[in-house]
Design a protein around this ligand. Structure first.
Ligand SMILES: O=C(O)[C@H](O)[C@@H](O)[C@H](O)[C@H](O)COP(=O)(O)O
Length: 255
């Protein structure tokens, strides 16, 4: 059974989302000054929530131990970092750049693990190498994984449909090259379910009316053809969903 947090106010949602992340940080770092917090993040609307809930929230910001953070991307588009489609590029603009001088001080940043940009555009062999190299950087288990859910039920770049079974069914590799993403760009890398399955905590964030139907399919119908449902089934009690009322309009509040 997954956890569900519901909000009618966006401000309350991002604040509680920030609090949840700090709680997971604190348990990862507890009692060990040399410990690190391994966190994996998704692209899209996640960036704005991370900025609002962590950097721009005056109550949360002082509790974040940025130098101990190790940040990875659950999926990445195989484009140069300055391309608007790059998840790292977007995260840098939305979170890392404002973080540097937030609160009138110099904040020593987290360590951020990107794909090897020098291999981008190198064709099939290079794309597979990007995935392999990225897999070799991953920790044995993430302390926290922050996921989004597309309107079609995809998460990371694990899409529903038989043509994507090669991604969803792979359990022996941690990161794969996705060569046929239905959302541009078609070339990406993605974590596999093998990485998600061993994460200590998994958190989904879904906001806005475009998520209404899919949230019903994921949380009520539990259609197991949807990758987001596979995550719920595999990770169970370690999963928490943060939903606003628009996304959760068809999900009863007490479910
Ligand atoms: O790179 C990506 O495309 C994302 O990592 C992807 O899995 C995202 O999380 C969902 O598409 C939801 O995105 P939104 O929250 O923007 O709807």
């Amino acid at each position: 059974m997954v956890g569900l947090q519901r909000f009618s106010e966006e401000k309350a949602l991002v604040h509680e989302f920030g609090k949840y992340i700090v709680e997971k940080q604190d348990s990862a770092l507890a009692g060990n000054a040399n410990a690190v917090f391994n966190i994996a993040i998704s692209g899209g609307s996640m960036n704005e929530a991370l900025y609002e809930g962590l950097v721009n929230d005056k109550e949360i910001f002082p509790h974040i131990k940025w130098p101990q953070w190790r940040i990875f991307f659950c999926d990445e588009r195989l484009v140069p970092f300055e391309d608007l489609q790059s998840n790292y590029g977007q995260f840098k603009k939305a979170v890392l750049d404002p973080l540097v001088h937030e609160d009138g001080q110099l904040n020593l940043g987290p360590t951020v693990y990107t794909i090897n940009e020098s291999l981008v555009g190198g064709g099939e062999k290079a794309n597979k190498k990007i995935a392999e190299e990225y897999a070799s950087l991953l920790p044995a288990a993430f302390d926290l994984m922050l996921l989004g859910c597309g309107d079609d039920g995809h998460t990371c770049s694990l899409f529903p449909g038989v043509e994507f079974n090669y991604l969803v069914e792979e359990m022996s590799s941690k990161v794969l090259w996705c060569h046929n993403s239905p959302k541009p760009p078609k070339d990406r890398i993605t974590f596999t379910l093998a990485v998600i399955a061993v994460a200590k905590n998994v958190c989904f964030l879904a906001r806005g009316p475009s998520k209404k139907a899919i949230m019903h399919d994921v949380l009520i119908v539990k259609n197991s053809e949807l990758p987001a449902v596979l995550v719920n089934e595999m990770v169970g009690a370690k999963v928490t969903w943060f939903l606003d009322d628009k996304a959760g309009a068809l999900v009863p509040k007490n479910c």
